[in-house]
Design a protein around this ligand. Structure first.
Ligand code: FEO
Length: 258
């Protein structure tokens, strides 16, 4: 536990409100000497909360000294907001990765190695699919720079457990490499909605055809599947199939639509 009066510096790695909703109150309570954010972060926090005059902008690659402990800021623009950055304490090998490597998972366990690996992959995958998937081409660059930094002993995401062992950090980095590669998966994903069940008939016909050809199939009716689960299934899906609108298929098959 830290007495708030002992806090002299606050770093805002990301301006989205799940990280900054109480920032004004915290600044008023703690009265820090400095509040750091990226250049875009200062803009965003000023627009959201009128905080501009109380913030100090830091540049990509800039290092500050926190009572002789160096901290380096690395911009990760559009991962997943323009202001996003991570903070790196080389002395402790500690990366504050904000949204990256996170998940929407609240547990009593603090560290990833205390949680079942299948749960971690499912939750980290769902988070990646729903938050970061559109930016996959950008993911690979920060991953490489992170590897170059080396000596990372902890990945401290703002969401979910802390990754603290070389094996665990290798695991989450490997998953991000796999998901960001955007390679088509082995499964045909069929997502549909229907009012009179004719589209459901088409979905089942396509699923039967794919399955009988030896291909794995996932059929998700939007009336039953949450959109975040649909996005997660995209990680393992064959892209070309998932892109075909069923109403279009129905037109070519002579079936009534929708
Ligand atoms: Fe982009 Fe955790 O908010």
């Amino acid at each position: 536990m830290v007495d708030p009066k002992e806090i002299t510096v606050i770093v805002s790695n990301h301006a989205e409100m799940d990280h900054t909703g109480c920032l004004v109150d915290v600044i008023d309570l703690v009265k820090p000497d400095k509040v750091y954010a990226s250049v875009k972060g200062v803009e965003a926090l000023d627009r959201h909360f009128g905080l501009g005059s109380r913030l100090t902008a830091v540049r990509d690659g800039e290092t500050i000294g926190l009572e002789s402990v160096p901290m380096t800021f690395i911009e990760t623009r559009m991962l997943h907001w323009p202001d996003s950055m991570v903070s790196w304490l080389p002395g402790d090998g500690l990366l504050f990765s904000q949204d990256a490597f996170g998940m929407h998972l609240a547990t009593y366990e603090r560290f990833a190695d205390q949680i079942d690996i299948d749960i971690l992959r499912e939750e980290a995958g769902k988070y990646y699919a729903n938050i970061l998937l559109p930016y996959s081409t950008l993911i690979r660059a920060p991953s490489k720079s992170s590897e170059k930094r080396g000596n990372t002993h902890y990945h401290r995401s703002d969401h979910g457990p802390i990754w603290r062992t070389p094996d665990d950090i290798g695991t989450i980095m490997g998953w991000y490499g796999e998901w960001s590669a955007q390679k088509p998966g082995p499964t045909v994903l069929i997502v549909y909605d229907t009012m009179w069940q004719s589209t459901a008939l088409m979905a089942r016909a396509i699923a039967d055809g794919a399955f009988s050809a030896g291909v794995g199939v996932r059929v998700l009716p939007l009336t039953a599947a949450h959109r975040s689960d649909v996005a997660t299934e995209l990680l393992g899906a064959e892209r070309s199939w998932s892109a075909v609108p069923l109403s279009t298929m129905g037109f070519f098959l002579g079936l009534p639509t929708p």
